[in-house]
Design a protein around this ligand. Structure first.
Ligand SMILES: [Zn+2]
Length: 165
């Protein structure tokens, strides 16, 4: 039994809840501490690690420290959280980027060798991304209700394009 005070609270003290052998099935950034860790039930978390266990019926949304103990891995949960922090910082910078207007009247942005375009369609706005200087282009299927939302989501398209285009 760990002497860490963190692992004696909440579900850590419930005998039917497994203490180890959990795996992370996803992560999320809530943008501010806004949810209580479902394992220790004592800290507010911003970066959520979704944990599953073969002997437990529910997915638990937990913080980094609990994820480390549940996985018995003290490197991976921290690495996941670091990625989320990096992405959050990136999103913040992204919001300040200046978009330009193309001859066709669409907003576009060139970044890291890619061209991102936001264009209007029947159900709102869509994103297209191309690798500059090539014919490789991908148009997103998702519709965004506003141009601003499409521009914010274009960061995801850029990250996708870097490994797919
Ligand atoms: Zn916790």
């Amino acid at each position: 039994m760990s002497t860490d005070v963190h692992t004696q609270r909440g579900k850590w003290s419930e005998p039917h809840v497994p203490h180890r052998g959990w795996s992370c099935v996803g992560v999320d950034d809530l943008e501010e501490p806004s949810q209580v860790c479902e394992m220790c039930e004592s800290v507010d978390i911003r970066y959520v690690h979704y944990m599953e266990h073969p002997d437990y019926p529910e997915t638990l949304a937990v913080g980094c420290v609990c994820a480390e103990h549940m996985e018995e891995d003290y490197a991976r949960p921290r690495a996941r959280e670091k990625d989320l922090r990096r992405l959050a910082a990136r999103r913040k910078t992204w919001r300040g980027r200046k978009w330009r207007i193309s001859h066709a009247g669409n907003s576009y942005l060139n970044s890291e060798g890619f061209n991102l375009t936001v264009y209007r369609g029947s159900e709102g706005y869509r994103i297209a991304v191309s690798r500059r200087g090539t014919a490789q282009r991908q148009a997103g299927r998702k519709w965004y209700p506003s141009e601003e939302e499409a521009k914010a989501a274009a960061l995801g398209a850029l990250i996708w394009a870097k490994t797919h285009l």
